[in-house]
Design a protein around this ligand. Structure first.
Ligand SMILES: Nc1ncnc2c1ncn2[C@@H]1O[C@H](COP(=O)(O)OP(=O)(O)O)[C@@H](O)[C@H]1O
Length: 177
């Protein structure tokens, strides 16, 4: 079945601005935002705890099952710092947020991450781990890198995605006509 609203994946290293961007987009579009970490917490979809990184381990399969019907309807913005376990068919477009290392360091320091978690996340950004993961998991033409250093970047990213959503709706409308 063809979706009448697009599904968008917003991914990137923690601290790059995914939740802020997803929230702003949800405010100005008809799309619903799902923060996967929060969704797992609310529905108790964990299968362990990573002591080193001090974070729970998500139960990927259960998360996919729980979100499946909503995703097939469309109109969802998914926000998560990893992207290789979602079904490829879920997304019409994938945005990978990128942030300058020193800016990211300051944002993560504000969260009081422990040393291992800090190092892991900064290295993740330096080695563009999430961008590579996205390019391996989805068609490269739907994967877009967005810089997210400043409030101006944030504003431009919202505008770009809103423009894309409008174009998507127009083209789907024409295909249906
Ligand atoms: N483009 C940006 N410009 C300025 N501050 C930003 C930007 N993106 C995110 N931030 C700030 O960085 C912090 C982390 O953002 P958040 O959206 O929680 O990131 P994520 O969801 O990727 O972990 C927040 O305090 C947010 O206001």
């Amino acid at each position: 079945m063809m979706r009448t609203k697009p599904n968008i994946l917003i991914t990137g290293t923690p601290g790059t601005g995914k939740s802020t961007l997803a929230q702003e987009l949800a405010n100005v579009t008809q799309l619903k935002m799902v923060n996967v970490g929060q969704f797992a917490k609310e529905n108790d979809l964990f299968c362990g705890f990573d002591d080193k990184l001090e974070c729970p381990i998500l139960d990927d399969d259960q998360i996919i099952d729980e979100l499946e019907s909503e995703m097939s309807e469309g109109g969802v913005i998914i926000d998560y710092h990893s992207c290789d376990f979602f079904p490829e068919r879920w997304f019409d477009i994938v945005f990978v947020l990128r942030t300058d290392n020193s800016i990211l360091y300051d944002r993560l320091a504000q969260r009081r991450y422990n040393e291992a978690k800090m190092k892991n996340n900064i290295e993740c950004e330096i080695f563009q781990t999430i961008l590579d993961e996205a390019r391996e998991s989805y068609k490269t033409e739907i994967v877009h890198e967005l810089q997210s250093d400043t409030p101006n970047d944030m504003e431009q990213n919202v505008d770009k995605i809103v423009t894309w959503c409008n174009q998507w709706s127009t083209s789907v409308g024409q295909q249906r006509a």
